[in-house]
Design a protein around this ligand. Sequence first.
Ligand SMILES: NC(=O)c1ccc[n+]([C@@H]2O[C@H](COP(=O)([O-])OP(=O)(O)OC[C@H]3O[C@@H](n4cnc5c(N)ncnc54)[C@H](O)[C@@H]3O)[C@@H](O)[C@H]2O)c1
Length: 306
Amino acid sequence: MAIDLTGRVAIVTGAGGGLGRSHALALAARGARVVVNDLSSDACEAVVEEVRAAGGEALAWPCSVTDRAGVFAMVAGIVERWGRIDILVNNAGILRDRTFANMDLDDFDLVLNVHLTGSVNLTKAAWPHMRAQGYGRVIFTTSSSGLYGNFGQANYGAAKMALVGLMQTLALEGGKFDIRVNCLAPSAATQMTEGLYSDEDLKGLSSGLVSPGVVALASENAPTRTVLLAGAGAFEQAHITMTRGIYVGDSVDAADRIEAGWDSIGDRTAEQVPASGSAQYVHEIAHPLRDGRGRSEFSTAKERSA
Ligand SMILES: NC(=O)c1ccc[n+]([C@@H]2O[C@H](COP(=O)([O-])OP(=O)(O)OC[C@H]3O[C@@H](n4cnc5c(N)ncnc54)[C@H](O)[C@@H]3O)[C@@H](O)[C@H]2O)c1
């Protein structure tokens, strides 16, 4: 069945242009009332006009996502006006690219502040409303630069991967309130990517080809804890996995066996996607390659000397 967002209220940050504008238009086209947030009032108003011209409902709310009080006031204002907040698209972003050697740490902080703290501000402000109404769809905008690295983007990559960590825990904590939390890693030709892609590639990378992914992640049937990659009309998923690994116990040559065992440690044949962080130690304590001699193979230095 076609996704219908009628009655839903969405906030899209950084929606005055680029991907955010496209997400706002796509959500409104499915019936959501959309708050268009960005730094500039003019940019917000222009997108609101576009939404309205297409028959949708939207409201401009300029403020920086780094302005905690401003973001909380926006959420309170929207709840007062429209009664609820269902969908957050944390999209606002900036770049301050330099190699790590040349990077100014103030720029490192700035990038973390906009991407990570900005997303935290909005999500924290909306979270109690989502819990109270027993419904929420939260989207964080990550990036392949965080997932896989990108030369000259240590600040951006760190901020973007931090959002994946934020998603992992908020998806767990939001589960019983039907708050589903996911990440989107887009590829699109915007002012942010100017000069990065060839003219030929840019043609295929329109923002509009990413936004259907946002609509799907904003829908009632959205998954949770998913990292959706999206670009040029193609959609993929990134997984954070744990391999089966090896078991060396407390043998005196443990480090040497690890050194000799990198291929086996990294062998992906039996890898899993842990349901939460504790899956690591549960797997390790009962490791399938333990030799069955139990505690003696797993004893602490104190126990051995006793
Ligand atoms: N374009 C891509 O290929 C690509 C790839 C990976 C991730 N992303 C991410 O997608 C998101 C959108 O990027 P884009 O390509 O559309 O770039 P863009 O520069 O066109 O849009 C970003 C928007 O965020 C706004 N913004 C910046 N700081 C803000 C703040 N403090 N508060 C509110 N708004 C603020 C900007 O004014 C701008 O309108 C970003 O989070 C970006 O990191 C983009």
